[in-house]
Ligand binder design. Structure first.
Ligand SMILES: Nc1ncnc2c1ncn2[C@@H]1O[C@H](COP(=O)(O)OP(=O)(O)OP(=O)(O)O)[C@@H](O)[C@H]1O
Length: 676
């Protein structure tokens, strides 16, 4: 099989230069990759309907004999129509084909065929337009339907796959070793490939699917184990002493029980001698930063360096500000590295880092650039890891010779899904909010309420509180979408003329953004009009209003993140979702937002509404695309594959034993095509 990945698609019979390009577009540059391009559905031809009772408007199969061979008719616009007629002994079916002169040779009078397509009917006749058809004797029972692209029909793909299947070596080198196949009752790869494309019957198809899903998940898990660097070798960065108590004395508040538990769990990893690989999950505002800070503090007090990678520059700055205020009294030196730092300062910072003069480096993905070198990096914290791919995390880890890894995520997802996405990880959950928080009320209103909303915002300002207003676009673009710039002008000149208004969006220079954010955090701005750049992690406890314009534009998890920017202090807060939308899905989302503030519950609802494909769009989870397994549906096989992957990895982490070479080729194949 591995050799077929090296064989270009163009070497297949019937695939010329132009078509090869189309196959490449579909993700099949090689014969091997084509065999892994599984059908997206199947047509069941095993139970043809009589013409008279065939369902209308949905595809069905009809077995009938041609009683009138195709005849050509020219119609307007240079189109040619081919009309034929078939009969099943009881009724007649009209057949039409457009611009397809080949049917003249393929459909013969008095021969019986299986036609597949949609039937339409009027009082006089029943008709099928452009059906697929196969000679009745040699017709398969189940036909594959492929995801197609312009110029490449499902049938053409099927034909190419048939050619590719002929090239399978005999005997085939199966990536799943025989013992493992036997243990899990899985068929061989050649059987699986033949039957996933051209199933003998439904049972063989099910068997083939089961094997390929298992294989895909096994390969994925092996890849993640390898990238994640989970290893049984001892850590070079075992902590000798726990400094948590000292850290707690630096905090301006008492940690919650949940925070203490998470710190304890992670600290046990750090003291235990093996590299930590832990995910901290906590709802918005649950205080994940303090947990990360506790661990960085102890690692540094044990003589190591730590790094914290944040998804946006705003957030990196905020972390730098908070952590430097917290940790510098303990003599810890904090550095901030972002893309916008002037070159000379970057250089200085890098030099200080390399000679150990900086203990904690905070930054954006600039941290993973090749020039950044640490003296003794022992702990890497990534914030909001969904936004970083697994590979970026691995790149940072590679800087330190397997440092401890801590990942913080505010998107609560079910444990099993977390395992799928992060591979083999330990999990700590912050299931408690800091004390004194007041419930945030959420209201969904139509734009007619805007004036009333502004008078509410005004009252909050009079009480000394601040507000966020989120607009979906930066500049006016002719649509009825609110834009940050136009909105800011209206607020200043008309709606809230006496208030201090500022705006924030992604097109502003980093320095400007920084200044705006700084003023807002210091309470020098009353209302911040912004795009969703404030979505993750921004922490200004004095802000009590989150007003979202065109709220229908956002997914549930995103609205929850936005709402998480308020209710972070001890004041009562309100989230106001303004939307004129009338469609059911948007209304359902707004209703859920008003009825619950539990992030775990919202994530579940989001999954239900959007489906896992969207919820875990590739960009969010940073995993390679799965070709056959389904994140939600295949939990059982996932766990099975995961435990097998662990066993294999423990005994042969490089997959270098002869029986694991096939798996190694598949891991390489899956992760090579994976653009993060
Ligand atoms: N135990 C605590 N007692 C009181 N306040 C706390 C406690 N822990 C954290 N906080 C405060 O709560 C706010 C939220 O904390 P933090 O920014 O760490 O949240 P988070 O979990 O990162 O949330 P998000 O995912 O929304 O960014 C901060 O202002 C922080 O100082």
């Amino acid at each position: 099989m591995a050799s077929l990945y090296g064989q270009e698609i163009q070497t297949l019979k019937g695939v010329g230069k132009r078509r090869a390009e189309l196959f490449r577009k579909l993700g099949a540059p090689s014969v091997g990759a084509l065999l892994r391009l599984y059908p997206r559905a199947y047509e069941d031809l095993s139970h043809p309907s009589p013409i008279r009772t065939a369902p209308l408007g949905t595809p069905c199969a009809i077995r009938a004999t041609v009683i009138q061979a195709p005849r050509e008719t020219r119609i307007r616009g240079g189109m040619t129509l081919y009309k034929a007629r078939a009969d099943d002994g009881e009724s007649t079916l009209e057949l039409t084909f457009f611009n397809n002169r080949f049917v003249m040779n393929l459909l013969r009078e008095n021969e019986t065929y299986l036609f597949y397509g949609k039937v339409t009917a009027n009082f006089l006749k029943r008709e099928m337009a452009s059906p697929e058809f196969y000679p009745a004797e040699s017709c398969p029972q189940v036909l594959p339907v492929y995801r197609r692209t312009n110029g490449l029909s499902s049938r053409m793909i099927g034909n190419a796959v048939r050619e590719a299947l002929r090239l399978l070596p005999d005997p085939i080198r199966d990536p799943i070793p025989p013992m493992l196949r036997k243990e899990h009752s899985l068929p061989r790869l050649d059987f699986a490939l033949k039957n996933i494309h051209f199933p003998g019957d439904m049972e063989s198809l099910a068997l083939a699917r089961r094997r390929l899903i298992f294989e895909e998940l096994l390969v994925l898990q092996l890849g993640l184990l390898k990238i994640g660097g989970r290893s049984r070798s001892r850590s070079r960065f075992q902590l000798q002493k726990d400094f948590t108590a000292e850290f707690y004395s630096l905090l301006p508040f008492s940690p919650t029980e949940a925070q203490k538990r998470a710190v304890r769990e992670a600290m046990a990893d750090l003291l235990g001698g093996f590299p930590m690989n832990r995910l901290i999950q906590g709802d918005v505002g649950s205080g994940k930063t303090a947990v990360a800070a506790a661990l960085c503090h102890s690692a540094i007090r044990n003589g190591m360096q730590a790094a914290l990678m944040a998804p946006t520059e705003i957030l990196a700055r905020q972390h730098a500000r908070t952590l430097s205020a917290l940790l510098s009294p303990a003599g810890i030196r904090v550095g901030l590295l972002t893309g916008s730092l002037p070159a000379a300062e970057k250089k200085k910072l890098r030099a200080a880092l390399a000679c150990g003069e900086i203990d904690l480096l905070i930054g954006t993905h600039a941290l993973i650039s090749a020039e950044v070198k640490f003296l003794r990096l022992g702990l890497v914290v990534t914030d909001e890891q969904h936004r970083f791919g697994v590979t970026q995390r691995a790149a940072l880890a590679a800087k330190g010779g397997r440092p401890h890894m801590l990942i913080m995520s505010a998107t609560p997802i079910p444990r099993t899904l977390a395992l799928m996405i992060y591979g083999d990880l330990d999990l700590s959950v912050l299931d408690e909010l800091p004390p004194g928080r007041q419930k945030t009320e959420t209201y969904a209103v139509t734009p007619d309420y805007r004036t009333r909303v502004f008078s509410f915002v005004k009252k909050q300002i009079q009480k000394g509180r601040q507000s966020y207003i989120i607009c979906p676009t930066i500049e006016e673009g002719g649509s009825d979408m609110a834009s940050v710039t136009a909105y800011t002008e209206l607020l200043k000149n008309k709606w809230l003329p006496d208030c201090r208004i500022a705006m924030l969006h992604g097109k502003m220079k980093p320095k400007e953004k920084e200044a705006v954010m700084d003023r807002f955090s210091r309470g020098e701005t009353d209302v911040l009009v912004s795009t969703t750049v404030v979505e993750v992690g921004v922490d200004v406890p004095n802000a009590t209003v989150m007003l979202v314009e065109n709220a229908e534009r956002y997914g549930l998890s995103q609205l929850h993140q936005l709402r998480g920017r308020i209710g972070r202090g001890t004041h009562a807060s309100a989230c106001i979702l303004i939307s004129a939308a009338q469609n059911d899905e948007a209304l359902a989302r707004l209703k859920i937002m008003c009825s619950t503030s539990d992030g775990f519950h919202i994530a579940e609802e989001d999954l239900k509404l959007r489906g896992p494909g969207d919820f875990f769009g590739n960009r969010q989870h940073g995993l390679p695309d799965l070709r056959i397994a389904d994140m939600m549906a295949d939990m059982g096989p996932l766990q099975e594959a995961q435990s097998v992957a662990k066993e294999i990895f423990d005994s042969d982490p490089e997959l270098s034993l002869p029986e694991h070479r096939g798996l190694r080729a598949e891991v390489r194949q899956l992760f090579e095509n994976w653009t993060d």
